[in-house]
Design a protein around this ligand. Structure first.
Ligand code: NDP
Length: 310
């Protein structure tokens, strides 16, 4: 029997996704029609981009699952019409991309690269930066992305501590949880990386009180989500120099409005939500595997806990 798969993703990426998903579906030997235009009550699976115009899932009475193309789920998880299971994207390409971005920005600050990139008159004789073993990195969020980034940083000799909701064990990483655990991580983060999801529980997790727990001059790198940070508190801490620099990839409003104070702040780097992206070739395999599971009545991978919001 043939199944129907609706692509509700970015139309600009339809060609590449059509090619990669068709190939991956062929490999699992399932007969399927993949289209951006199908009658709702005939759809078995929806491949979904949370930016898509599709917001009402009620007509999709036959859909066995909605298969997200994004790792982040805050735009969809609270949608009351979403009664179908929602599997988010956990993709090797996405993880590799995030690790490269995080390591790159950690190294920028660790090696004080800006001193030479922006300075045409370098100070001969200045001390070399400390070794990685003497620069402490904290990671809030030890999920699919935080865990891999933490491992890459420990492989470079950075002492890494991380924080998650539940208890975790990652070789070479000091894993903590709970309020005390958060304080412990913050107090020993010369560089702090945010890789938490945006949920009701994580909103403003980095507030004034918690920013004050960071060592003087700490660097904050946020590729997680904008609402994790109390922006007013961060700007105030940057002005005082308590936070030495913030590299921000995500914001409450995107694109970041022209008049946002982050643009003008000398100690802020704004990047346009570019830390990592789903890679169609690897993501197509994840989607096909979930369709295979759905058709063999096996549990889906990467299901979102709608109550926890991630
Ligand atoms: P996961 O769901 O795999 O991991 C989330 C982590 O956050 C887990 O360790 C989880 O704890 C922890 N967490 C969640 N809620 C809390 C809480 N209340 N207190 C403490 N810890 C908490 O997500 P991913 O690693 O795949 O992705 C993380 C985020 O990265 C995404 O949600 C998205 O916002 C962002 N992202 C950004 C991109 C970009 O280009 N800027 C690209 C892709 C993703 P536990 O392990 O105990 O469940």
């Amino acid at each position: 029997m043939s199944i129907n798969i609706l692509y509700a993703g970015n139309p600009k990426r339809w060609d590449v996704y059509q090619h990669e998903i068709s190939k991956a579906i062929e490999e699992i030997e399932i007969e399927a029609t993949l289209s951006c235009d199908l009658p709702a009550d005939q759809v078995d699976y929806i491949i979904y981009d949370p930016n898509s115009a599709l917001q009402d899932f009620t007509p999709f009475t036959r859909a066995k699952a909605v298969l997200g193309l994004w790792a982040g789920v805050e735009r969809i998880v609270y949608n009351p019409t979403l009664t179908q299971p929602y599997a988010r994207m956990v993709d090797q390409g996405l993880s590799e991309g995030m690790t490269e971005w995080v390591v790159g920005h950690v190294l920028r600050h660790h090696l004080e690269m800006d001193l030479d990139i922006h300075n045409t008159d370098p100070a001969w004789g200045r001390l070399a930066p400390p070794l990685a073993r003497d620069r402490r990195v904290g990671i809030l969020g030890l999920g699919e992305l935080g865990r891999v980034a933490a491992k890459a940083l420990t492989n470079l000799n950075f002492p890494v501590s991380g924080w998650s909701r539940g208890a975790k064990s990652i070789d070479g990483v000091t894993c903590l949880h709970g309020d005390d655990g958060l304080e412990q991580v913050l107090r020993c983060s010369d560089i702090l990386v945010l890789l938490l999801p945006a949920t009701k529980a994580t909103e403003n997790v980095l507030n004034a009180e918690r920013i004050a727990m960071l060592p003087e001059g700490a660097v904050i790198i946020n590729p997680g989500r904008g609402p994790l940070i109390d922006d007013v508190a961060l700007l105030e801490a940057l002005d005082r120099g308590h936070v030495g620099h913030a590299t921000l990839d995500v914001f409450r409003v995107e694109p970041l409005p022209d008049d946002d104070p982050y643009w003008a702040h000398p100690n802020v780097t704004v990047t346009p939500h570019i830390a990592s992206d789903t890679r169609p070739d690897t993501a197509a395999k994840v989607i096909a595997e979930n369709i295979r599971r759905g058709e063999s009545k096996e549990p889906f991978l990467h299901l979102v806990d709608k109550k926890a919001g991630y």
